[in-house]
Write a protein that binds this ligand. Structure first.
Ligand code: NAD
Length: 477
């Protein structure tokens, strides 16, 4: 059996001191495909020491030196797109034909960090003061299993660009992808200690990072529950914290929408990454005046979605990442029926009626009201809710009646009106008639969807502290 037994500390592959073995699965079959030896507290502490030792030299590198290092990182990652894609499909069942973007995304986010760094003003004069953006220190980067490589590379590139060093705690469930990323990072010849990768349990390694006084910053992507725990732990040492958390994103289909265009976008937004995406548009708001027509078009589209074998080129929705997640999706499909929603498509059980693996039936509920748990809680699977509204004002009110605020989509023929509606939605990102991801723009959530922003100059600044120096010389200028 394939056992992953190495982590990366101070620029070297090392065997973790932790001895617990964690099973790795193929979600398509449910079979164990390997094991991971988990890092423990001692490994986390060692990584923090290495990152702390590397910080003084790295924080004094020039912009040009950092750009050169990030460019080496980018070149190395670009060589690993194919193995990364294979790991993505095998490890979390992403449909092969629709997941190549996940394998190229790490390169794209490093490119964005390089661009942001090239344009970043580290030092400016403000009145009589000189303001200098100062790197925070050791950054703890904690990432989820979905889009493992993209999150590791995005956070690391921003941290390094800012002059921080890093200890990365990836999800246990994406260990193969992490191995590939680590191999590429070693080939990029970054100075020892500037990045360290310690894969272990969240409540072990993640806890050490979020409590340790030598970690100045936590950048976390994951669930809202874990985000709250991190925020509490980080308070003791006043860590700077960026949290990218969950969502229950609304898609508003306006009453002038051309359903031939709107419905495919709504379904794509809802089922992105097999529904296992923070930004998934899982609440679809339709005008009551066009209820029957919208329901019929949405039901037809969901029924046509092929779910199952990730290696089948026709598959759009792959299996859930774990048995636990499969059970969770099943329980919400039951809950929707208990709560009185009407199921238009889907239901419990495996796609195609198979007996193995964690495939699910994409499910569409209508006659959902916004107080039902299926409309309020993040399910993290292909379960979509349809809610009706009377007019634009009510659509906005329902869209905003949520603890979350990560992403939203507005679909309508009159772009000006659609933008007016978009302007009233409380969400970090609102898309209008498009699913385009503008990677240079800030990304993050309102309310329980997070704190702070990633990407572009906002993402870089999140790893720095402004320092103001006021002197006679400044004053004389
Ligand atoms: P998770 O919160 O269970 O785990 C995320 C990471 O946190 C993992 O590495 C985990 O080991 C670690 N962790 C767990 N407990 C911890 C603790 N007490 N202290 C420190 N670290 C701990 O999330 P997941 O299941 O891996 O990912 C799915 C969740 O992530 C969903 O809620 C989804 O919405 C969210 N997500 C958000 C974004 C975004 O950009 N906003 C992107 C992707 C996923």
């Amino acid at each position: 059996m394939n056992v992953i037994e190495q982590i990366s500390i101070n620029g070297e592959w090392v065997t973790p001191q932790g001895s617990e073995l964690f099973d790795l699965f193929n979600p398509a079959t449910g079979a164990v495909t390997g094991q991971l030896r988990l890092a423990n507290e001692a490994d986390a502490l060692r990584a923090i020491v290495a990152a702390k030792a590397a910080f003084p030299a790295w924080s004094h590198t020039s912009k040009e030196e950092r750009i050169a290092a990030l460019t080496r990182m980018r070149t190395a990652l670009a060589r690993y797109q194919q193995p990364l894609l294979e790991a993505i499909v095998q490890e979390y069942g992403a449909p092969a034909a629709r997941s190549s973007w996940m394998a190229s995304y790490p390169v794209a986010v490093i490119d964005e960090a390089i661009k942001a760094l090239q344009q970043f003003e580290f030092s400016t004069t403000i009145g009589q003061a000189r303001m200098e953006m100062t790197p925070l220190g050791v950054a703890g980067l904690i990432t989820p299993w979905n889009s493992d490589a993209g999150f590791i590379c995005g956070k690391l590139a921003a941290a390094l660009a800012a002059g921080c060093t890093a200890v990365i705690k990836p999800s246990e469930m994406s260990a193969r992808q992490t191995q590939i990323v680590t191999q590429a990072l070693h080939e990029a010849q970054l100075p020892p200690g500037v990045f360290n990768i310690v894969t272990g349990r969240g409540e072990v390694v993640g806890e050490v990072l979020s409590r340790h006084p030598d970690v100045a910053k936590i950048s976390f992507t994951g669930s809202t529950t874990t985000g709250k725990a991190i925020l509490r732990n980080a308070a003791e040492s006043f860590k700077r914290v960026t949290l990218e958390l969950g969502g229950k994103s609304p898609t508003i289909i306006l009453d002038d929408a051309d359903l031939a265009k709107a419905v495919p976008l709504a379904i794509q937004a809802g089922l992105i990454n097999s529904g296992q995406a923070c930004i998934a548009g899982t609440r679809i708001l339709i005008p009551v005046s066009r209820k029957a027509e919208c329901e019929a078009a949405l039901a037809l589209a969901v029924a046509a979605v092929k779910s199952g074998d990730p290696l089948d080129p026709a598959t759009e929705v792959g299996p859930m990442v774990s048995e636990k997640q499969w059970q969770r999706v099943q329980s919400y499909i039951r809950l929707g029926q208990e709560e009185g929603a009407r199921m238009l498509v889907g239901g419990e059980g495996r796609a195609g009626g198979g007996e193995r693996g964690w495939s699910v039936r994409p499910t569409l509920f209508t006659e959902v009201n916004n107080q039902m748990r299926i409309a309020r809680e993040e399910i993290f699977g292909p379960v979509l809710c349809v809610l009706t509204y009377q007019d634009d004002a009510e659509a906005v009110a329902i869209a905003n009646d949520t603890d979350y605020g990560l992403s939203a989509l507005v679909l309508g023929s009159d772009e000006t009106r659609a933008k007016r509606v978009a302007g009233q939605i409380l969400s970090g990102r609102v898309l209008v008639n498009t699913l385009h991801h503008e990677a240079a723009a800030p990304f993050g959530g309102f309310k329980h969807s997070g704190i702070g922003r990633e990407m572009g100059r906002w993402g870089l600044a999140a790893f720095m502290e402004p320092k103001t120096i006021v002197s006679q010389k400044n004053a004389a200028r």
